[in-house]
Ligand binder design. Structure first.
Ligand code: AMP
Length: 281
C-alpha cells in the first residue's frame, strides 16, 4: 500500500485511479486501530477496487486540548495492521494538523436535532468538527462508498444527513459493532483504562443486553433508570447519559413501538476515560 502525508500527491494518485474507472472505498479513522476499525477496512477491501484509509486525530472534534493530546497514537502499529489486509494498490492517508487545517475551519453545520442531543449535548461542537473533517475528506477523496461503525451511532446518522445535505454521490456503509470477548465495545480509548476500570467496563454492555430482555416488562423511562442505577453501582463507572431514541430522528422515546427501530445510546465515564456504546431495542 502507498502512504501519503500530503494532499497534492494523494489527489494525483486518485486521478489515475479514477481514470482507470476503479471504484474507491474510504475508511476514515483516528488511528490506534483495533479489530473494529479493521472490520471496516476488510469490508471496503472486498467491496472496492481501491481502499483509502485515513489516519488523522482531528483536533476540531475534541472539546478539550488535553483529551486530544492524550489520544493514543501508534502509527507504526497501525501501518503494520493495515499491511496485513491491504495490497499495493491501496492507500493510507496520514496528514498532519497543518495539512488539513492550514487555517482554522470556520464552517458551521446544522443537522437539526441530530447534533443537539446526546453526544451533541455533552460534547459541544464535537459533531461540527466531525462534519468539517469528513466533508474535507469526502471532497478530497471523492469515494464511491465510505464505511462507518454503528459503535458511533449518532455520528453515523449525522454523516448520512451530511451526504444528503451536500448531495454527495457517496454510499454510506454501516458496519456492526465489534466487541471484546467480554462484550466491551472495541475502542481506541480502551487503551487508556487502568486494570480496575477495564475490569468494570464490560458491565456497560452486559447491562444493555439485560435491558433489552426487560423491554416488555418495563416502560422506557423505568428502564433508563434501571440501566443508569445498575452501571452507577460500580464505583469505577459513572453514567453521563442513557437515552432510548428513535433510530432516525434521535428523538427520545417514551413508549415502546414495534414498527420503529429504537436504540439505546449510552456514555459512561471510567475515571477520565469516556466510553460510548449502544444497543438496538
Ligand atoms: P475512530 O478512529 O474512533 O474515529 O473510528 C473510526 C471508525 O471506526 C468509525 O466509523 C467508528 O464508528 C468505527 N469503529 C470504532 N470502533 C468500532 C467498533 N468497536 N466496531 C465497529 N466500528 C468501530
Amino acid at each position: 500500500m502507498k502512504i501519503f502525508y500530503k494532499k497534492q500527491p494523494l489527489i494525483e494518485e486518485l486521478k489515475n485511479i479514477r481514470a482507470n474507472s476503479l471504484s474507491i472505498g474510504f475508511v476514515p479513522t483516528m488511528g490506534a486501530l483495533h479489530k473494529g476499525h479493521l472490520s471496516l477496512v476488510k469490508r471496503s477491501f472486498t467491496e472496492n477496487d481501491v481502499t483509502v484509509v485515513s489516519i488523522f486525530v482531528n483536533p476540531a472534534q475534541f472539546n478539550e486540548r488535553k483529551d486530544f493530546e492524550k489520544y493514543p497514537r501508534i502509527i507504526e502499529n497501525d501501518i503494520a495492521l493495515l499491511q496485513n489486509i491491504l495490497t499495493e494498490k491501496d492507500i493510507v492517508f496520514n496528514p498532519d494538523e497543518y495539512e488539513m487545517y492550514p487555517e482554522p475551519d470556520t464552517r458551521i453545520f446544522d443537522f437539526g436535532t441530530l447534533d443537539k442531543v446526546m453526544e451533541g449535548k455533552y460534547r459541544k461542537g464535537h459533531f461540527n468538527g466531525v462534519a468539517q473533517i469528513v466533508s474535507k475528506f469526502f471532497n478530497l477523496i471523492r469515494p464511491d462508498k465510505a464505511y462507518f461503525g454503528e459503535k458511533d451511532f449518532q455520528q453515523l446518522t449525522i454523516i448520512k444527513k451530511l451526504v444528503e445535505q451536500m448531495d454527495l454521490p457517496i454510499k454510506i456503509v454501516e458496519c456492526p459493532i465489534v466487541r471484546e470477548t467480554d462484550g466491551l465495545a472495541m475502542s481506541s480509548r480502551n487503551l487508556l483504562l487502568n486494570p480496575s476500570q477495564r475490569k468494570s467496563a464490560p458491565l456497560i454492555f452486559r447491562t444493555l443486553s439485560e435491558a433489552k430482555n426487560k423491554k416488555h416488562s418495563m416502560l422506557a423511562g423505568e428502564l433508563i433508570k434501571w440501566v443508569t442505577d445498575r452501571i452507577n453501582s460500580d464505583n469505577e463507572l459513572k453514567v453521563e447519559y442513557f437515552s432510548i431514541v428513535d433510530s432516525q430522528t434521535l428523538i427520545d422515546t417514551t413508549e415502546w413501538e414495534e414498527n420503529r427501530k429504537q436504540i439505546g445510546c449510552i456514555a459512561v465515564w471510567a475515571g477520565e476515560v469516556r466510553l460510548i456504546d449502544n444497543i438496538s431495542f
